[in-house]
Write a protein that binds this ligand. Sequence first.
Ligand code: SF4
Ligand code: SF4
Length: 420
Amino acid sequence: MTEKISPLGEVLKVTGRLLRSGRVPGQLIIQYTDRCNATCPQCGMRVTNDFARTTLAEQRVAEMIRHAADHGVAALSFTGGEPFMCLDEVCRLASVAGAHKIPYIRTGTNGYLFRGAENADFSDRMKTLADKLAATPLRNIWVSIDSADVATHEQMRGLPGVIKGVEKALPIFAERGLYLSANLGINRNFAGRDKDRDHLDYPFFRAGFDRFYRFVTELGFTIANVCYPMHGDDESDQAVYAATATDRVVSFTYEEKLNLFQALSDAIPGHRQNIRIFTPRCSLHALLQQYRGREELTTPCRGGIDYFFVDSQSGHSYPCGYRGDEDLGRFEEMTPPSCSAAQECRRCDWECFRDPTELFSPLLDLRLAPGRLMQRLWKDRTFYRLWREDLRYYRACGFFDGRRNLDHEKLRPWRNPVLP
Ligand code: SF4
Ligand code: SF4
């Protein structure tokens, strides 16, 4: 039986209580397994990499979830590897999280189960899969899309035929009230393969993001998210999360990153009325400020304070997927969950932690750092304008509830965007 998700009022009440105590609603990302069946060049967990794979024990993860719920974790993510290779366990654990009233539960897939659209049993297989997922309290399910070019995506993933299957499966999922999200991990091929291009400029990124949003909208997605490049600038980073590869396909120069973030921010308004775009422009603005050397106008990441990552190999928690030299031990034994070495960290652009940090930052600064709030208000009004705009848009999107379709009426006002 599906557990009832907490009403929004209850979530807001808890959020208010946490903010008053100087915390933001917690987030826990559990890498349930590092097993995978795809060949993505941007990831150390690709099936062709030979290393001993590990999957966490289901019972232990259930303990982590109970502990997380008791300590203000509102968002729980099951990542991999390929989480759908452990689908039964992930579904059961999502139900544990739902029973403990964690409202935002998500997982995702590389889409390998969507292959074989040409087979006679495809629709039945998809109905069974969708029914199984719909019976859980999973709120959001993402499907990784690496490129707006079908051949490039399928070649990178090593999953031929997957896009055709996704297109055919999305309506079947929607009939069951499941609206999947397209998830782009930005890479040099995201607008199509571009082998010989050494330097990616603003027009390349701008056209590429337009193409990507059009592509996933036409495929039938109603929610889209973008993952920023997964590597830090600091050579001392010891990524614990093997998705943080340094392959050229996900490596960008400083100038390319500036172009990338600006182009993404500029592309988003033109698509907000067609597909629910999670990426907050206020966060992109903050990252641009940081890259331009105005770090004081950004907010330190909540990784290791309110947000944590659990690694499947050690089964231990870390402040995030990057700070692998800060082993915090077993998450279910951290009381209260908080990093002893909490620090002002801006070492990477991991959107899972940086985006919500910036979204909560004005409220948090009001409580913890009114000086920073005033300084930002004085020196960077654009941030607050974008922040207010993002919040209005999030509301129009129903806060990206993957159990509801997008509401075209509510998105109508976003038809004629005015760029800064
Ligand atoms: S990015 Fe995901 S699907 Fe691709 S190899 Fe890594 S874990 Fe597997
Ligand atoms: S910015 Fe956040 S996600 Fe990145 S290394 Fe620091 S704590 Fe981790």
